[in-house]
Write a protein that binds this ligand. Structure first.
Ligand SMILES: Cc1cc2nc3c(=O)[nH]c(=O)nc-3n(C[C@H](O)[C@H](O)[C@H](O)COP(=O)(O)OP(=O)(O)OC[C@H]3O[C@@H](n4cnc5c(N)ncnc54)[C@H](O)[C@@H]3O)c2cc1C
Length: 460
């Protein structure tokens, strides 16, 4: 059977589902996407969760493959590094990469999703059906159950294969949980999040540095801010649900104001609608979803948050979901429409990496809220960039491997641990990168990273 004769059913036209439908349409498949929400291009529908997202190399690579990169880059704001707002009112800039080519991009989730849907529907054999809620799947019968949210009508659909891009609460995954030997875990953090706003200046300009991701690290909690094209910033407060301070104890406008005045006075001065935003915006939960297997024979597979939702502290959830699409597309190159082999290969290539980015994201929470203000941490970051400059074939900082390269996440995590141990040894007792003993650095790097040289090809 040739590609174009096959029909694929996708559940969820979020970021991953919309992108995947384009990849599949380009191969000639007929694709029907069923989405629970109304069409966000027609109605005023929130794209859900964060208003803007950090887009980086893996996501950009996928957008380039489907021909959307220029359109998205035109609406994206480069962020060159972290702007740290200290407790003493100090403001310091930490570049993310070795130069201005290594930046991440703030992009509107809604705009990105809308443009992906437009591109998908520009293919005559892609159709997105809105307000159609998936209720689960019978894998033996290959039947997906739906409810029409407008009429309440219930119906089933059956296609050659089904890919669930229906997010962290995936009903298809829930069906797998009940019908298979299936491992599943969902671990929530004690912390939740709330979105707030720093509006644009009166002249439409940015009130704080435009080309940075701002962080107010406060040890057990933090505030961050990402720029929007209209001059505003979307801020996110990450804080424990319970305790003091905690979302539960910030229960009056006065308490919220007192908390911000104490912890983030410079941000508070830029947030005229703080109390209103705080009580009208929901408090979101943050969790990690892990599961296995990711597919049922050739009948169905999970992709994106449906099989590996991660906490947002590495800015990789969407980037990882986009990379899933890239890899699934490669598996289609390798195995054609033998869906069982395609899904098995995709699962084999992605599961270990999804587990790694889940761990990296949890680890980065500690780094962002606590360590970014620590002088020793800053020194190791600087030394890491110097070592990359001197030993580029062996040493690439972990953040760079994850964010600016397409190094498999599992490789980045393993090499990152070895590199961190080297950095700790080299920075013991010194206070500037110039004081590093580079002969020792060369020896340590060659000894410990050379065994991984065969992976070096995957670093760049
Ligand atoms: C606060 C926060 C900040 C983040 N920041 C970043 C960042 O900076 N960079 C980054 O890369 N990632 C970030 N992420 C992660 C990113 O949002 C997700 O990884 C990404 O949205 C996953 O895409 P997805 O398509 O798999 O799932 P989703 O975007 O959740 O899309 C799922 C789609 O399925 C639909 N759906 C759900 N249930 C049904 C149903 N029953 N029937 C039909 N349709 C259904 C939904 O309506 C939705 O359209 C962040 C996440 C959070 C919470």
């Amino acid at each position: 059977m040739t590609d174009h004769q096959q029909h694929i059913l996708l559940v969820g036209a979020g970021l991953a589902g919309s992108l995947l439908s384009v990849y599949l349409a380009r191969r000639g498949f007929a694709v029907d996407v069923y989405e629970r929400r109304p069409d966000m291009r027609l109605a005023h529908v929130s794209a859900g969760r964060s208003i803007n997202l950090a887009l980086s190399t893996r996501g950009i690579h996928a957008l380039r493959e489907v021909g959307l990169v220029d359109a998205i880059m035109a609406i994206a704001i480069p962020m060159r590094g972290r702007m740290i707002h200290g407790e003493d009112g100090s403001v310091t800039f930490q570049p993310y990469g070795k130069d201005d080519s290594e930046v991440i991009y703030s992009v509107s989730r809604g705009d990105l999703n809308r443009r992906l849907m437009d591109l998908a529907e520009s293919y005559p054999h892609v159709r997105i059906h809105f307000q159609q809620r998936c209720d689960g799947m019978d894998f033996a019968a290959r039947a997906v159950h739906f409810t029409d949210e407008e009429t309440g009508a219930k119906y089933t659909r059956s296609e050659d294969t089904v890919i669930a891009t229906d997010g962290a609460g995936s009903p298809i995954r829930q069906s797998m949980e009940t019908t298979l030997p299936f491992n599943f875990s969902q671990d929530f953090l004690e912390h939740g999040y709330k979105e707030l706003t720093i509006p644009a200046a009166d002249d439409g300009g940015f009130r704080i540095e435009k080309h940075a991701l701002h962080i107010w690290p406060r040890h057990s909690f933090m505030l961050i801010a990402l720029p929007n094209p209209d001059g505003s910033f979307t801020c996110t407060l990450f804080l424990q649900h319970e305790g003091d301070p905690g979302f539960s104890s910030l229960d009056t406008p006065e308490r919220v104001r007192v908390f911000f005045a104490r912890e983030f006075p410079d941000a508070l001065a830029l947030m005229p609608t703080l109390e209103q935003d705080f009580f009208s915006n929901p408090t979101g939960a943050l969790g990690t979803v892990r599961c296995f297997p990711w597919h049922v024979g050739d009948a169905a597979a999970l992709l994106g948050d449906a099989c590996h939702a991660v906490v947002p502290f590495y800015g990789q959830g969407m980037n990882c979901a986009f990379e899933d699409c890239t890899v699934l597309n490669e598996c289609l190159d390798d195995f054609g429409t033998d869906w069982h082999r395609v899904y098995a290969a995709y699962q084999e290539r992605r599961k270990v990496n999804a587990d790694a980015i889940a761990d990296l994201a949890l680890e980065n929470f500690i780094e962002m809220r606590d360590r970014v203000a620590d002088p020793h941490f800053l020194l190791t970051k600087k030394v890491g960039l110097v070592l990359e400059d001197r030993f580029p074939e062996y040493f690439i900082p972990k953040y760079s491997m994850v964010t600016f390269h397409r190094t498999p996440y599992a490789v980045a995590r393993r090499r990152g641990q070895i590199q961190q141990a080297i950095l700790e040894e080299l920075t013991r007792g010194i206070d500037s990168p110039e004081a590093v003993d580079f002969e020792r650095a060369s020896r340590l790097i060659t000894e410990r990273l050379r065994p991984y040289a065969e992976e070096a090809g995957s670093l760049r």
